[in-house]
Design a protein around this ligand. Structure first.
Ligand SMILES: [Zn+2]
Length: 400
C-alpha cells in the first residue's frame, strides 16, 4: 500500500526533525523586555462604508445579494471603526442574519401605528413585524411600547450604520462576551424569545465577514476567538523584493535568536520576536505550494500556548518554492489560513503569530531549506541560515 508507506515515512521524518529542532525554542526574557520599548500603536483606518462590494455566493455559504452584502460590509466596517475585536463582527453579522436576513426592515404591525408610519416613510429593503422592532437588528424603538427604554428613535434604528453602532455599544458591555458562543453573546444583547437561534449562522457570519474584508479566512484576524487588535487594515499587500521574496512578518519585528548551535543542538531557523507580535500576520515568504499544514505538539493541542515542556512546532506550515527551496513557519496561534496542496503567492497571509508547541512566548520560528526535491520535506540537514539567504533575495530580515 503505497499511500500508507508514504505517510508512515512522513510521520517519522517529521517527528525526528521536530524533536531535534524545537527542543530549545526559547526567547530570552531580557530581550523581550527590551523590545517592549519598541511598542507602537497600530493605526486602524476605516473601511469604506457602502461602495461596490460584490454579492457573495459559493460553496460554504448561502447566496447573499448585493444589498445584504453591503449591509454586512457596513456592520463590519462600524465594528472596525469602533475597535471591536473581529469576533464581534461575527456576532453582529450572525445576529442580523437571524433578525432581518441582513435586510433593513420597516415595521407593518398595526398595533404600533406610529412606528409603522415612521419606518415605512424611511428607506427600507423589507417589511415585516415582530412587536415594534425595526431595522437590521430588529431593535425596539422609543416610539414603541418600550418608550424611553427602547434603543432609540426609529430614524436611527433604520439607519444601518447607527443600528450597528448601537448593537456594538451594548455587546461590549456584556462581561466576557469575547469568550461566549455567538448565540450567547447575541442573546445577552438582544434578549430574544428564541435565544439559541443565532448559533446556526456562525459559519455564514464568519464566511461573510471574511468576504467583505477580502480575507481568506476570518480566523486570521482573530474572528474565531479573542481578537486581533486592529482588524484587517494591517493585512494589505506588501512589496515583493526583486527576487520574489517578502519578509514573513512585519519589518519592525526582529531576529531575537539566530540560526546555529544552541544547547548542544542545531537551532535550524531563526526566532523572530517583538512587541505586540501575538496575532500579527505571517506571510508566505515566496510563491509556492503548501506541503504541510498541521498541529505538531506533544499535547495534541495547538489552540493554546505551549511551553518548554511541550515538544513540537505547534500550528505549522511548510511551503515548497521553485528552485527546491522550502520554508517552515512554527508556533502559530491558531489553525493556519491555508491548506496542504494550496498554491500561495509571496505575501499571502498563511496564519498569525502565537506560541503553540515548544515555545516560551509568542514568536515566529522561521526556517529556510535548500535541496528539497519534489515529494521531500524539510529536515535539519537541509536547513540554512535564513538571514543571509533572505538578504540576497532582497527581503532582508531585521536583525539587532
Ligand atoms: Zn526557534
Amino acid at each position: 500500500m503505497k499511500t500508507i508507506k508514504r505517510s508512515t515515512a512522513r510521520i517519522a521524518v517529521t517527528l525526528t526533525a521536530i524533536v531535534a529542532v524545537f527542543a530549545s525554542c526559547i526567547i530570552g526574557v531580557p530581550l523581550m523586555v527590551a523590545l517592549t520599548k519598541a511598542a507602537e500603536a497600530s493605526v486602524c483606518g476605516p473601511l469604506p462604508i457602502g461602495g461596490a462590494v460584490p454579492a457573495a455566493s459559493g460553496p460554504g455559504f448561502a447566496t447573499w445579494d448585493a444589498r445584504q452584502v453591503n449591509n454586512a460590509a457596513i456592520i463590519v466596517s462600524v465594528g472596525k471603526q469602533k475597535g471591536v475585536p473581529a469576533w464581534g463582527y461575527v456576532v453582529a453579522l450572525g445576529t442580523a442574519m437571524q433578525e432581518s436576513t441582513l435586510l433593513n426592515q420597516a415595521n407593518d404591525n398595526p398595533r404600533w401605528p406610529q412606528v409603522v408610519a415612521l419606518s415605512m416613510a424611511l428607506p427600507h429593503e423589507a417589511v415585516g413585524h415582530d412587536h415594534d422592532s425595526v431595522g437590521l437588528f430588529q431593535q425596539r424603538p422609543n416610539e414603541g411600547e418600550l418608550g424611553a427604554d427602547g434603543w432609540g428613535p426609529v430614524s436611527e434604528l433604520m439607519t444601518p450604520s447607527t443600528s450597528a453602532r448601537k448593537f456594538y455599544d451594548r455587546l461590549v458591555q456584556v462581561p466576557g462576551w469575547e469568550q461566549m458562543r455567538l448565540t450567547d453573546a447575541a442573546q445577552a444583547v438582544q434578549r430574544s424569545g428564541t435565544p439559541e437561534a443565532y448559533q446556526q449562522w456562525e459559519q455564514q457570519a464568519k464566511d461573510l465577514a471574511a468576504h467583505v474584508l477580502a480575507l481568506p479566512n476570518i480566523d486570521v484576524i482573530g474572528g474565531g476567538g479573542p481578537a486581533a487588535p486592529c482588524g484587517p487594515g494591517q493585512f494589505g499587500p506588501v512589496p515583493v523584493g526583486p527576487g520574489g521574496w517578502v519578509q514573513p512578518v512585519d519589518k519592525r519585528l526582529v531576529v531575537g535568536s539566530p540560526y546555529g548551535p544552541r544547547d548542544g543542538r542545531l537551532h535550524a531557523g531563526v526566532d523572530i520576536v517583538g512587541a505586540n507580535i501575538r496575532h500579527q500576520p505571517i506571510r508566505a515568504a515566496a510563491t509556492g505550494t503548501v506541503i504541510t499544514e498541521m498541529c505538531n505538539a506533544s499535547t495534541g493541542n495547538c489552540d493554546r500556548d505551549g511551553g518548554l515542556g511541550v515538544i513540537g512546532c505547534g500550528w505549522m506550515i511548510e511551503i515548497r518554492h521553485p528552485g527546491n527551496v522550502a520554508t517552515r513557519y512554527c508556533h502559530m496561534a491558531q489553525r493556519p489560513s491555508v491548506r496542504k496542496g494550496q498554491t500561495v503567492t509571496a505575501g499571502t497571509v498563511i496564519g498569525v503569530v502565537g506560541s503553540s508547541g515548544n515555545s516560551s512566548g509568542p514568536h515566529l520560528h522561521y526556517e529556510v531549506h535548500t535541496g528539497i526535491a519534489a515529494g521531500a520535506f524539510p529536515a535539519d540537514p537541509s536547513s540554512i541560515d535564513p538571514v543571509p539567504f533572505m538578504a540576497v533575495q532582497g527581503a532582508a530580515l531585521t536583525t539587532g
